[in-house]
Design a protein around this ligand. Structure first.
Ligand code: ZN
Length: 306
């Protein structure tokens, strides 16, 4: 069996993307299907189906990224946003079904691992990633390896407080003033509706910013500054070589967010960490999830986890 090809599966709230990926991060075949949300069984069957359609004798391992908190000790998705997965032992399920080593991770961790191996974080030993989408996900690579915390629940960087008693956070989060309350596409769409009327959304906001509309630029600048507060803290805590900004909203708005974010980061972060760090856009785009899940598979394979 070749140890150089694995299947990476990126389970999202609306779609499941899967691919056969090699050790350079190249996707050689891919599948995509809608995520069924009616039941846990339907989700499991869809994941199995995506894997099955790609599987051949040369596939050495399977990795799965999920929009869930993950317990690495049990290999389970503990709780999930938007999909019916609660306390599901996904790693054992896949290993039993397909008989190869399997790895499981939170989707933002997987994206960070993908960018570290094959994208904007390549060559670093210490890297932080933020994925700005409908939520704000985080991933950490520390001292040359992914950092997952005691059971796999670390790197929830979107739930870092940037304003004491600030805006309520999203979803099940009871917190206030978390980065996620300010830096998502959803938050930006709210800001856009307040400024430009009920039909405005993030596309309107970005289009207006490209046309140098002062209000649109002001909204994005304000979001960028909030982001910069978070980046300053991340630099002070982790002293990373790179902070990679990805996610659908992060990539769409990056050119407007990052200059303001860097400016505030330089104010908040201490020397010499602030001079060392590069704040860079993600390089893998929408493939980060599949490529990252594949590297989670390689990690399981190389650790000999069956
Ligand atoms: Zn929160």
């Amino acid at each position: 069996m070749s140890a150089n090809r694995v299947i990476g599966v990126d389970l999202g709230g609306t779609k499941i993307a899967a691919g056969i990926v090699d050790r350079t991060g190249r996707i050689e075949a891919r599948r995509e299907l809608a995520t069924p949300t009616q039941s846990e069984n339907a989700v499991l069957e869809a994941i199995d189906g995506a894997v099955e359609s790609l599987l051949d004798d040369d596939v050495a391992a399977i990795g799965l990224g999920v929009p869930s908190t993950v317990d690495q000790q049990t290999g389970s998705a503990v709780s999930s946003v938007n999909i019916p997965l609660t306390d599901v032992p996904l790693r054992d399920h896949l290993a039993t079904r397909f008989g190869v080593p399997c790895g499981l991770d939170n989707d933002a961790n997987a994206a960070a691992i993908g960018e570290w191996h094959a994208g904007a974080g390549r060559g670093t030993r210490n890297m932080v990633m933020l994925t700005l989408g409908t939520g704000v996900g985080g991933g950490l690579v520390l001292d040359g390896r992914p950092y997952r915390g005691s059971v796999g629940a670390a790197a929830e960087l979107g739930h870092m407080v940037i304003e004491h008693d600030g805006r309520p956070c999203q979803g099940n989060c009871t917190g206030r003033g978390h980065l996620e309350a300010y830096a998502t596409g959803l938050a930006a769409a709210n800001d856009a509706r307040e400024a430009f009327g009920p039909d405005a959304d993030t596309h309107v906001l970005i289009d207006r910013a490209h046309a140098r509309d002062e209000r649109a630029l002001g909204i994005l600048d304000a979001i960028g500054r909030r982001l910069g507060s978070a980046l300053g803290t991340l630099v002070n805590v982790f002293n990373p070589e790179a902070i990679v900004i990805g996610g659908g909203w992060g990539e769409a708005a990056g050119e407007f967010l990052l200059p303001a974010a860097r400016e505030v980061m330089l104010r908040e972060a201490l020397s010499p960490g602030r001079e060392l760090v590069r704040v860079v856009p993600a390089a893998l785009g929408p493939d980060a999830g599949v490529v990252g899940a594949a590297f989670v598979a390689f990690e399981a394979l190389d650790a000999g986890r069956g």
